[in-house]
Design a binder for this molecule. Sequence first.
Ligand SMILES: [Zn+2]
Length: 448
Amino acid sequence: MRAFLALLAILLTLLPGPAVAQSILRDAETEAFFRDISRDLVLAAGLEPNNVHFILVGDNSINAFVTGGQNVFIHSGLIIAADNVNELQGVIAHELGHIAAGHNVRFNEGAGPASRISILSLIGAVAAMAAGAGEAGMAILGMGQTAAMGKFLAFTRDQESRTDQAGAVFLSKAGISGRGSIDFFKKLQNQEFRLAIPQNNEYVRTHPLSGTRISNLLAVYEKDAAWNKPADPRLQARFERIKGKLIGFVEEPRIVMQKYPDGVNTPAALYARAYAWHRSGYPDQAMANAAQLVAKAPDDPFFLELQGQILLESGKVDDAIPVLRHAADRAPFEPMILTLLGHALVSSETPALQTEAEPLLKKSVALDRENPFTWYQLGVIYDRRGDKPRAALAAAERFSLEGNAMGAMMNARLARAALPAGSPDFIRADDIMMVAGDALEQQKKKKR
Ligand SMILES: [Zn+2]
């Protein structure tokens, strides 16, 4: 395991800065949290909660932005800079204002759902490499910048003011105080004054701030019935967990240990230290912290998920499986947990467990088709069984999600040639060939 962590570190140093800085982080608990703190705001914006996607970007700078297709991107740095869930809700309300106003189209040309996705699940890239998919891991790590991430849409002050007002309306309708929004803006403004060049503050660059904006907002918020309403304590507790987890995952272990020293045993601190130890290659300490988390809440699917992950990636497959079964039992509709259990079962190489893994992985892709790692695991099962066409189709799905049009094309063609004409899998292979063909055409045009 330590070798794989080292490999990850090397990849991170070899890849150019911005690419690494902007990988997408996927985590079941964080995504559920984003959905829950935003649902009322999304409805207030007249949008459909199922259509709005929140995407966590692994980047230390403080930023959030929107792209076409109702995607709200939130940098890890923004969550770390926020002190409570209400501040985050203020930012989200504002970003939804951009979506509702249609300020969101510029860099979506040619980017289908597939090219949007590059995944670094909190441990997934390491796991992919551990499973022998070094190239997949590489692609996962390197892709972030391609489709959506390269450019930010800088808004005019005028647009910003109107978006502020829209955000204030959404907060009011959702019964959420604007206090956090003001606190967060003030925090950004202080940073802006402190630093001559706010290099680490993309949000300010793309969302020009001014004292007038803040005072205009304050005037609206203060009159609102929700102004003095405190944040929902359950959401606040979840915010602290997410923040601890994220700090453990993205910050230098030394900094993690300063922020969450030994002896502090809140869920956030245990999460942070478990990730920091795990990333540094100290499985015993990581496992001890994870076990403390599970002792706090033995049925918490996310605590179990972390414990299972650490066990699995420390080579203790047999110990990981029952823990992950328990997690999947408690969260039967969390595709990332299902995939992790599937991965553990596939790693065991015991035939009966492969049989158990297949329906789990199929359920996972039915819930979330855009996780290349799930397709990778399914492909392993098909391949071991000698079902070459379906193994090829799974590989085509995976390459397509990773933006590897050539790989997608070759595998889809292989699958299509061997599958019964007109069957659903045949049609799917056909679709992937078409999308990959278009992408290859585009690449050719660019080269000319
Ligand atoms: Zn804005």
